[in-house]
Design a protein around this ligand. Structure first.
Ligand SMILES: Nc1ncnc2c1ncn2[C@@H]1O[C@H](COP(=O)(O)OP(=O)(O)OP(=O)(O)O)[C@@H](O)[C@H]1O
Ligand SMILES: [Mg+2]
Length: 228
């Protein structure tokens, strides 16, 4: 089974949007897809609509109930902080080995789309970051960024951090920011000059998920990547 780990230059850049587009387009092709957002912070169970788990379940065509939430996002925390800090507020901790085996458990079919949390170097516990999590899974990553001011340096720093642990970065996706100092295509070209052979693509500002470009094609997630 294939898996893809969606990480980012930072928070609020478009990881969930990209994950939902991948899920929607895989489902349209009839490819079985499982999605995980294993760790979520800032989660209010009494007001879950619009949260990452809710958006991902909707893309999967699944109801937002406790059973599905537990399968998608077993580690949910109330405080809108990094996972280690949010867990500590609840006298809890995220067991790293359990987190890795949860994500690695195979369903035998199709594709698993894993949304990380925040950016590449966000702490999961006192010893591990998102980067360690991706490396332990041996999964390929997609690095999402924006076209906001500062995105170029954030992106290249994140890319360097991933490559230093031999993590395969399948693509960098510049998801057009609402507030951008230059066209996203120009930011993407600049990133590409420093990203060696990692492909850089632009996800334009969308008003409707239905009008999204062919994300699977953009990421090279062709049919041959899947066993169905
Ligand atoms: N290309 C785009 N077109 C339209 N809206 C976008 C685009 N990229 C990001 N957004 C919007 O920006 C907001 C943040 O995006 P999203 O929730 O996908 O980010 P994230 O990286 O998953 O954030 P978090 O770190 O909180 O998980 C959302 O409202 C999303 O719809
Ligand atoms: Mg998200």
């Amino acid at each position: 089974m294939s898996s893809i780990f969606i990480t980012a230059s930072g928070t609020e850049v478009g990881k969930t949007l990209l994950a939902c587009l991948i899920i929607t387009q895989l489902r349209r092709r009839g490819i079985p897809v499982r999605a995980l957002k294993p760790v979520v912070t800032g989660f209010d169970s009494s007001d879950a609509m619009g949260s990452d788990p809710a958006l991902l379940l909707d893309a999967l065509g699944l109801p937002l109930d406790k059973a599905h939430l537990d399968r998608l996002s077993p580690w949910r925390f109330r405080a809108p902080l990094s996972p280690d800090m949010a867990a500590a507020r609840e006298q809890r901790a995220i067991p790293f080995t359990e987190l890795v085996s949860f994500c690695g458990a195979s369903t035998g079919l199709g594709m698993t789309v894993i949304e990380g949390i925040g950016g590449v170097m966000v702490p999961i516990d006192a010893e591990h970051t998102v980067r360690d999590w991706i490396a332990a899974l041996g999964s390929a990553a997609v690095l999402v960024t924006g076209s906001y001011l500062g995105a170029i340096s954030h992106t290249l720093t994140a890319l360097t951090a991933l490559k230093s642990m031999q993590i395969a970065v399948r693509a960098i996706v510049v998801s057009e920011s609402a507030d951008q100092p230059a066209p996203a295509s120009e930011t993407a070209r600049t990133i590409q000059r420093f990203a060696d052979c990692t492909p850089v693509c632009v996800l334009p500002r969308l008003t409707d998920i239905e009008n999204a470009p062919d994300i699977l094609g953009m990421l090279g997630l062709g049919d041959e990547s899947f066993s169905t």
